[in-house]
Design a protein. Sequence first.
Lengths: 176, 176
Amino acid sequence: MTRQRLGAEDWLRAGLQALARSGPSALRAEALARDLGTTKGSFYWHFKDLPHYLDRLIQFWEERAFEGVVARLDADLPPRGRLEQLCLLAVGLRDPDYGGAALEPALRAWALSDTNVAEAVARMDARRVAYLGDLCRAAGIDTSTAPAMLYALYVGLETLDRDDAEGVMCAALLRI
Amino acid sequence: MTRQRLGAEDWLRAGLQALARSGPSALRAEALARDLGTTKGSFYWHFKDLPHYLDRLIQFWEERAFEGVVARLDADLPPRGRLEQLCLLAVGLRDPDYGGAALEPALRAWALSDTNVAEAVARMDARRVAYLGDLCRAAGIDTSTAPAMLYALYVGLETLDRDDAEGVMCAALLRI
DNA sequence: TCATCTCCATACGCTGGCGTATGGTCTAGC
DNA sequence: GCTAGACCATACGCCAGCGTATGGAGATGA
């Protein structure tokens, strides 16, 4: 049973889930209200209007999508170990509370029609590739293509949502 | 100067371009009519309604997205050469008439809210991975992960639309 | 008990896009 | 030139979703 009274964060979580489930067109006040079993009266209490909500939603994602994975890494692992752990965590981890595996593909789709989203996604990509670059450098791996390759592979595996994603990532890591 | 009289195919090409440029929400009769410098009177002459148009659009893409690349391969190249040529062509080729690099990410986004699209994309993925598998087998490459890896890498590079996509794909091919 | 504040429900006007109806324009064939 | 058919413009009714206004329920403190 869900809580009776909702907070802004409930609406944001519901937004990410709806985005992952049905794409950007699901981000509408009345549809989200149906998902949450309430009415848009609550929505417009917590958020000024739809654009403000969407801004908060991107921000909500951006605050979690990087730290959420990196925070799980073992700090006492050597660089190469952390790199491998990161890659396998990324393709394996799926938090259904925040949309699961389909979230980021949907976000990238949303980015096509919203400049703010496009900028947030670009920032996130740059941040992640830079972090992969740091790990590769520390592990003595050539950084000319490896970070971009690992990240593209991650994005592709996430998009395709294949069952053998971990196996494929593993095979790639063995060849680097 | 564009033609005065439009055919169904003009609407389909415009649809793929709009999809790539602005995402699935751009697939509306009146918006497409604006893009083509006409009115929706023409749209509803060529198509019964929006769902029929969208079905034709998926079909239009599905008929071209596989053959369009494979037809460009040199038949007299050895298997490994064809494999490499295919991968580099795929990440390099961009036909702006059919939406360019952003098309397929947008299609995958659209698939989130439309079962028919999801099925078409899944068919296409399976077909391409199977073809990569054939090439790998013929080239004596282990097929347990290589086809899926190359394809995921392709999807990721296409999604990220990086300038160094060819270089990254090249590096991956050298390690297979 | 009562007042107050937080949060939600409902009703309303507004806009934008869908699909239809109807009439206009262009072109081919005669 | 005329006619028929292919193609497009415009106007209309309809509906879904936005944002607002207003009232009501539930908790909390005096």
